[in-house]
Design a protein around this ligand. Structure first.
Ligand code: ZN
Ligand code: FE
Length: 249
């Protein structure tokens, strides 16, 4: 798979495949030269990406503590002396955490406000990073294209609220999900809403992309509102039912 770069004003995002189906993300500010890595799925791939872009890593923003998200923290911190940002509530589980953040916190990244939002469900301490000025959010394992994270720690009610918070962002917000799960998610989604034309169209496009090894990430808030059965669930109970079905699909 080819790595992909996208532009958002003076912010540049570079994404690249890691491990089996994870994505790694770098975000670079061309004014300040700062570069953050969103989660640390695979150190070698992250270093290769930094070298390819000629960017110097200054920060890590963790979404949650799972090894395919925080497993490379300490190695990268030792190599680059970076500052690690993550959930204050998950201090004990995020290796090398320097700056604990909480829901509603806003921090600066080269003149851009980065909004921290709690999205419990997949884990209790899961957070996402929303950059309204770049119409971008790094959503970790909370929402996937046509899916959502498994409920390892949180409840269906928590995930329902978390997905609603994401759905309330502007429609054209780019959602950078941490895994390429779209085709298998979509196969399941079609069993929930076989007659949803937006979903049918979404899957045609996703298949065409995957045939050419093109990522289906990022998706958008609007696309997920139209086609993602978890986002479209009307109640927490309904979401819980769909999640249970998906887990045994
Ligand atoms: Zn995870
Ligand atoms: Fe993950």
């Amino acid at each position: 798979m080819k790595a992909k770069s996208t532009m958002a004003s003076d912010l540049k995002i570079h994404m690249f495949p890691c491990l089996w189906d994870n994505y790694g993300f770098l975000i670079h500010n061309s004014n300040t030269g700062e570069t953050a890595c969103i989660d640390t799925p695979e150190v070698d791939k992250i270093i290769m990406a930094l070298e390819e872009k000629n960017w110097k890593l200054t920060h890590i923003w963790n979404t949650h503590h799972h090894p395919d998200h925080a497993g490379g923290n300490l190695e990268l911190k030792n190599l680059f002396g970076v500052k690690i940002i993550g959930s204050e509530d998950d201090k004990a589980r995020i290796p090398g955490l320097d700056i604990g953040v909480r829901d509603g916190d806003v921090f600066d990244f080269g003149g851009h406000d980065i909004h921290v939002i709690d999205t419990p469900g997949h884990t209790i301490g899961h957070i996402i990073y929303h950059i309204p000025s770049a119409k971008t959010a790094f959503v970790g394992d909370t929402i996937f294209a046509l899916g959502c994270g498994r409920l390892f720690e949180g409840t269906a009610a928590q995930m329902f609220n978390s997905l609603n918070v994401i759905a309330a962002m502007p429609d054209d917000t780019a959602l950078y999900c941490a895994h390429e799960y779209t085709l298998s998610n979509g196969k399941f989604a079609l069993t929930v809403e076989p007659d949803n034309q937006a979903l049918v169209d979404y899957m045609i496009e996703a298949k065409a992309k995957r045939d050419k090894n093109i990522p289906t990430v990022p998706t958008t808030v609007l696309a997920e509102k139209m086609a993602n059965p978890f986002v479209r669930a009307k109640t927490a109970e309904q979401l819980g039912d769909i999640r249970t079905q998906k887990d045994s699909f």
